[in-house]
Design a protein around this ligand. Structure first.
Ligand code: PLP
Length: 448
């Protein structure tokens, strides 16, 4: 077990996070429970902000809200001086509700609705990141009718695809996002946006992938994008002042993962940007990055209560917990891997390999295939690590399981930041038409 962040084992042999005994947290708040380590969120946010500021004085770190967003999280992001990247009206609403400064909000999305665009413009978001030609038109119209001028970045598909352990450059990348660079779409979009009186074209954006373990793909992306900014200057006579290089910094889910130190991304990006700008004769633009996972991922731990244990001799032992794909669909969705520990036996040597199953009616509802645990028994508390990003934000009510609560722990204090859903919450949006309750239907009323 890797005891990173503020994780320790106390004298009772229990796992502690943020000075809180996780077994007591499970008792007090119930399970499944998302536990967020405030010190780790802040440490990651600071490491990124400080390393980018050190290498690129004009830079901004923008937290990707889609990885985990609640009103309390917005407060932490604001306090740490980060921007906030939202991808929907719902995320924007969350930020506004939390009193997050709208001018520090970046609004993404490949299919923004008219309502979302108007909401963003009325709120006065800092930048809209325009994805496609339809959106350009919709945005111009909305800005015209609201008598405002929208500050925009254009999302470009640079033709670089970064995977977990390698990256490829493809001529024509197959992506639903953004204006394609290689076929001239990107330049056409720049021309349109620059000429539109309702828009203020501030710069460009790209995002090359997620959970990227190397710094080089970011340097390649920076060089490609600055090369394109040089082309924009030549062809369209416009010097763009901002370049957002997206998110995707990798984190350690299991002991095999070896991401670079967060500060190394900044160093590599800064070097590539500076060199490329010298070559193209462009001023160094303001550089933005949009990390999500690398800020909240390692800060989250999910606590479950262990239930039934099914042993198939010579095959596998299934250990079922009281959550699963409803609170963490990542294993079912893309084979994500996690590490875990029996929280009330954290001082014991793990000695049994088991597979952790959820309680949904799907064979694919697994949390961990093969993990070594110390004497797991029904009623024990299982702590699954590194669940801070893309767990709650992807949670569902499948099987009508209420979504878990989340607590923020710090220096021995635990505060609820998300209440557990109740059964009442689950039916609160249900409606029964009158005719299913013995009332006359419209057709019957019409006959009478
Ligand atoms: C998902 C996403 C991010 C954040 O990615 P992480 O892997 O969580 O850092 C940033 N920007 C865009 C446009 C994204 O789609």
């Amino acid at each position: 077990m890797v005891l990173d962040g503020t994780k320790t084992i106390n004298s009772e042999g229990h796992l502690e996070i943020g000075g809180c005994d996780t077994v007591k947290l499970a008792e007090q708040f119930g399970t499944p429970l998302y536990v967020f380590d405030e010190a780790v969120i802040r440490r990651n946010a600071r490491a990124l902000r400080e390393s980018f500021a050190a290498h690129l004085p004009r830079s901004e770190v923008i937290y990707a809200g889609k990885s985990f967003l609640t009103t309390a999280m917005c407060k932490i992001v604001e306090q740490e001086g980060l921007g906030l990247d939202v991808v929907s009206g719902g995320e924007l609403y969350t930020a506004l509700k939390a009193g997050f400064p709208p001018e520090r909000v970046y609004f993404h999305g490949n299919n923004k609705s008219e309502d979302e665009i108007r909401l963003a413009l009325k709120a006065g978001v800092g930048r809209l990141v325009v994805d496609n030609f339809l959106e350009l038109e919709m945005l111009r119209e909305a800005a015209r009718s609201l008598k405002t001028r929208a500050r925009v970045l254009l999302r470009i598909t640079p033709g670089i695809e970064a995977h977990t352990h390698d990256y490829v450059r493809t001529g024509q990348i197959d992506s639903k996002f953004g204006f394609t660079l290689s076929n001239g779409q990107a330049l056409a979009a720049v021309r349109q946006a620059a000429a539109a009186p309702e828009l203020h074209l501030m710069g460009l954006h790209c995002h090359i992938g997620s959970q990227i373990f190397e710094v080089e793909p970011f340097a390649v992306a920076a060089r490609v994008m600055i090369g394109f900014m040089g082309e924009v200057k030549e062809e369209a006579g416009k010097i763009l002042r901002e370049l957002d290089l997206g998110g995707g910094f990798g984190i350690t889910y299991t002991h095999g993962d070896r991401p670079p130190e967060l500060s190394r991304y900044a160093a590599a990006i800064a070097r590539a940007v500076t060199e490329a700008c010298q070559e193209t004769g462009l001023p160094v633009p303001k550089i933005m990055v949009e990390p999500g996972r690398s800020i909240t991922g390692p800060a989250g731990t999910t606590l479950y209560t262990i239930g039934s244990i099914k042993e198939i001799p010579g095959v596998r032992t299934y250990l079922a917990v009281d959550g699963g794909m409803g609170d963490n669909p990542r294993t079912a969705l893309y084979g994500a891997k996690y590490e875990a520990v029996v929280a009330n036996k954290a001082d014991l040597e793990p000695d049994r390999v088991v597979s952790v199953a959820g309680k949904c009616c799907e064979s694919g509802d697994m949390l961990i295939w093969d993990v070594c645990l110390a004497d797991p028994r029904p009623g024990d508390i299982l702590a699954v690590f590194c669940t801070g990003a893309y767990n709650y934000s992807m949670a569902s009510n499948y099987n009508r399981l209420p979504r878990p609560a989340a607590v923020l722990v710090n220096e021995g204090e635990a505060d609820l930041i998300l209440e557990r859903e109740s059964y009442e919450d689950l039916v609160s949006h249900d409606r029964i038409p009158g005719r299913l309750q013995g009332e006359e239907s419209k057709a019957e009323r019409a006959v009478l």
